[in-house]
Design a protein. Structure first.
Length: 632
C-alpha cells in the first residue's frame, strides 16, 4: 500500500528540472519570498551598518546564521566566506532582502592618544594586552613626602599613620614596602615613602606617572635648606603639583614668617602672599594641623581629577625591589590602572613572570590589588628596577613578544640633550636648553646662572632647573635625567656614583674653569638650537646682448658677464626692470665654439637656458645658489 504524503492524500509531486538556471525574475521572486518569510517570522528592525563589515558581524547584527547571509549573497551572484568584508552597499542589500531597514552607523573621530611610557606603548603595538572599553572611576590619590634632613618628614609620616590607626581605619605599613594608605574623611590617601629624592625622580625620569601630589616638609625653626630647594626642583622637574607642610610650629624657635619669605626667594609665592602655593602649618609632635593637611591634600587631589579604570588589565610601577633568600625576587609595586590578580602573567621592565602571590602593607596575602594600591609581588624571573613599568599580558608567549619589542625599541631611542646634539635637533622643534649648574662657591653659581639666563632670546631659552654649590652628586644627575637636561660643572667634579650614573644614562657633564668659555659654548649651543637661515647667494650677473633662435625648448642668449662668475648647471633667474621673469638653469655655456665650465667677469659667452621666454636685449641673467647660514 502506497504511503500517504504529509501534503495530502497522494504522494508529493516532483518538480522537473529543465537543467537550466532560473531567470533573473525567478531569482528576485525567490529572494522576495525569503524576505517575506523572514519578516513574518520576526519583526522588522533597523540595522545600523558601518562602512565595512564582515559576514560574521553582519549575521550577528541580523540575528541570523552566517550560512543564511552567505546563501543570500550567493543568490545575488556573490560568493563569500564567513570572514570576508562587505562594503556598505552590499551589506545593505542583504539587510533589506531579509526584511529590515538600514541606517548608517556614525563613526566618531578617534581621540588623541595620551602620551604613555614605552612599555605600555610597545604592549599595545604588539597586541600583548587585552583591550576593553574604558570606564574611569575615582581612585585614591598618590602623595610623596619630601624635605630636608631633620625637618620632620619621617615624624610627619608616623603622625599621619597613627592618626589613621587611632580613628579605627586601616593604616600603617612596614618600612620594607615603602608605601601605605591613610583614611581621611571616608576617602583613602596613598603615601609613597621613597628612599629619597633620587628614587622619586628616577621613577619619574623613566616615564612612570607615580605620584599625583608632593608634600614638601619645611621646619619652621630651620627654614629653607639645600635639600628643601632640591626637593622643590625635583617636583618641578617631574611636573608634579606640590604644597608646603610647615612643620615644628610648636617649637619656641619657630619663625614661620622667615620661612615664607625664604620661599619667595625661590619663586614660591604662597596663597597668603597672593600666590597659588598652599602652605599648611603643622606639628608632627602635637599633631596640630594634621587634619588640615589631609583635607588640603584631598582637595588638591580632587582638583587634579585622579581617576582610573579598575576593569582593564593592570598597569603599575615598581617602587622598590630586593632579593629575598627564601622567596626570590620581590618587587613593591603601585597599581596605577586596572586590577592585578594572582595567577596573571606580567612584564615588569626587562623581566617577566607569573604572579605567584600578592601581599598588602601588613604582609598579609591578597587576591588582587586595584588602582592606587601598593603591593608586594612574587613570581618575577629577575629583579626589576625602581621606576620600571608593570603590565599584564595575555600569556607567556605574549610576554616574550613584548620583551623583544622593548629590546628593539631601546635600540632606536634618541640621545639625551648635549651641546653636540643640539644642532642636529634644531629642525625638530628643540627651542629650550635645560641646565643643571654646579660650582665651587655661591658667587660663581649666581654669576653663571645670571649670565646663562641673559642668553635667552625670543626663539630660544636657557632654563636653569637647578643650581647649587659643591661637587656634582648622584641627585644632580637624577634631576638632569628627569628634566632631560645637561650639567655644567664649574671648578667642581662629579663623585664616582654620579659619574657612573651619568655614563649609564647618557647625561652630559661639561667641565669649565673659565666662566667666559662656559658662556661662549652655551651661546654657540643656543645658536645651534635655531633653525638656520635659508639665503640665496648671488654668484654672477650677465647682460643679454643678443637673442638667438629658440632651440629644442631652450633659449640661446649672447651675453657679457658683468659681475662674479657664471657656471654651467647653476640656478639662474632672468630679470627685467628688476622684476623676475623666469627661474631656470644654465644648461650650456660656451666661449666662441668651445664648451666651458665657467666664465669670469668681463668676458662674453653664449648661454643656453632650460626655459623658453621672449628675451630682449638688456635683460639681466643672474646666477645664484642656496645656503643655510647659522644664526649670529
Amino acid at each position: 500500500m502506497r504511503s500517504r504524503s504529509r501534503y495530502g492524500g497522494g504522494p508529493r509531486p516532483r518538480r522537473r528540472s529543465s537543467g537550466r538556471n532560473r531567470s533573473d525574475q525567478q531569482d528576485r521572486n525567490a529572494s522576495a519570498s525569503r524576505g517575506l518569510a523572514t519578516s513574518l517570522a520576526a519583526p522588522s528592525r533597523k540595522i545600523k551598518l558601518p562602512q565595512d563589515i564582515t559576514v560574521a558581524q553582519l549575521a550577528e547584527r541580523l540575528e541570523e546564521s552566517p550560512a543564511a547571509v552567505i546563501k543570500e549573497l550567493f543568490t545575488r551572484g556573490t560568493a563569500v566566506t564567513i570572514n570576508q568584508t562587505l562594503d556598505y552597499a552590499t551589506a545593505s542589500q542583504v539587510v533589506e532582502a531579509l526584511g529590515h531597514t538600514v541606517a548608517k552607523e556614525e563613526t566618531k573621530p578617534a581621540a588623541a592618544k595620551p602620551k604613555e611610557d614605552v612599555v605600555l606603548e610597545v604592549a599595545k603595538q604588539t597586541g600583548t594586552t587585552e583591550r576593553r572599553r574604558r570606564r574611569f572611576e575615582k581612585r585614591s590619590p598618590v602623595i610623596t613626602v619630601m624635605g630636608h634632613v631633620d625637618h620632620g618628614k619621617t615624624s610627619l609620616l608616623d603622625a599621619l599613620r597613627e592618626t589613621s590607626v587611632a580613628a579605627g581605619e586601616s593604616g600603617g605599613i612596614t618600612q620594607r614596602i615603602g608605601a601605605y594608605q591613610v583614611a581621611s574623611n571616608g576617602d583613602t590617601l596613598t603615601f609613597i615613602d621613597t628612599p629619597g629624592h633620587e628614587a622619586f625622580t628616577a621613577m619619574r625620569a623613566r616615564g612612570a606617572k607615580v605620584t599625583d601630589l608632593a608634600v614638601i616638609v619645611v621646619a619652621a625653626d630651620d627654614g629653607v635648606m639645600p635639600q628643601t630647594v632640591e626637593a622643590i626642583n625635583h617636583a618641578r622637574a617631574a611636573k608634579v603639583p606640590f604644597l608646603i607642610a610647615l612643620n615644628k610650629i610648636d617649637l619656641p624657635s619657630a619663625n614661620p614668617d622667615r620661612v615664607k619669605q625664604q620661599l619667595t626667594e625661590h619663586e614660591i609665592l604662597i596663597e597668603e602672599y597672593g600666590g597659588e602655593t598652599v602652605l599648611v602649618p603643622v606639628s608632627a609632635e602635637t599633631k596640630e594641623g594634621l587634619d588640615d593637611l589631609l583635607e588640603m591634600i584631598a582637595l588638591l587631589s580632587e582638583l587634579e581629577g585622579v581617576r582610573a579604570d579598575p576593569r582593564i588589565p593592570a598597569r603599575g610601577v615598581v617602587i622598590e625591589s630586593n632579593i629575598d633568600k627564601s622567596r626570590g625576587p620581590v618587587a613593591t609595586i603601585l597599581v596605577q590602572e586596572g586590577t592585578l590578580r594572582v595567577g596573571e602573567t606580567v612584564v615588569c621592565g626587562k623581566t617577566s613572570g607569573r604572579v605567584r602571590a600578592l601581599f598588602n602593607e601588613f604582609g598579609a596575602p591578597m587576591a588582587e590589588a586595584g588602582p592606587s594600591v601598593p603591593a608586594e609581588i612574587l613570581g618575577l624571573s629577575a629583579l626589576p628596577a625602581p621606576g620600571d613599568t608593570l603590565v599584564v599580558v595575555v600569556d607567556e608567549k605574549a610576554a616574550k613578544v613584548l620583551l623583544q619589542g622593548l629590546i628593539d625599541r631601546e635600540r632606536d631611542e634618541t640621545e639625551r640633550v648635549s651641546l653636540d646634539t643640539l644642532s642636529a635637533t634644531a629642525g625638530e622643534g628643540v627651542e629650550e636648553l635645560d641646565i643643571v649648574v654646579k660650582a665651587d662657591n655661591r658667587g660663581s653659581v649666581e654669576a653663571i646662572q645670571q649670565s646663562l639666563e641673559q642668553l635667552s632670546t625670543d626663539e630660544t631659552r636657557v632654563r636653569v632647573i637647578y643650581s647649587g654649590v659643591g661637587p656634582v652628586s648622584e641627585s644632580d644627575v637624577q634631576l638632569a635625567i628627569a628634566g632631560n637636561a645637561m650639567i655644567t660643572a664649574f671648578n667642581v667634579r662629579p663623585d664616582v656614583a654620579a659619574r657612573s650614573l651619568a655614563d649609564s644614562e647618557s647625561v652630559e657633564i661639561r667641565h669649565y674653569n673659565v666662566i667666559y668659555t662656559l658662556i661662549e659654548e652655551m651661546q654657540k649651543a643656543l645658536l645651534g638650537l635655531l633653525d638656520p637661515e635659508i639665503v640665496e647667494v648671488v654668484d654672477g650677473q650677465a647682460e643679454v646682448r643678443e637673442v638667438y633662435n629658440q632651440v629644442r625648448g631652450q633659449s640661446v642668449l649672447g651675453t657679457i658677464v658683468r659681475e662674479g662668475t657664471l657656471r654651467r648647471g647653476a640656478q639662474a633667474r632672468i630679470l627685467r626692470d628688476r622684476r623676475q621673469l623666469v627661474k631656470t638653469t644654465i644648461t650650456s655655456l660656451r666661449r666662441f665654439k668651445d664648451a666651458v665650465r665657467e666664465v669670469a667677469s668681463g668676458y662674453e659667452c653664449g648661454i643656453a637656458i632650460g626655459e623658453v621666454y621672449e628675451a630682449r636685449e638688456g635683460d639681466i641673467l643672474e646666477t645664484f645658489h642656496i645656503e643655510e647660514k647659522a644664526r649670529v
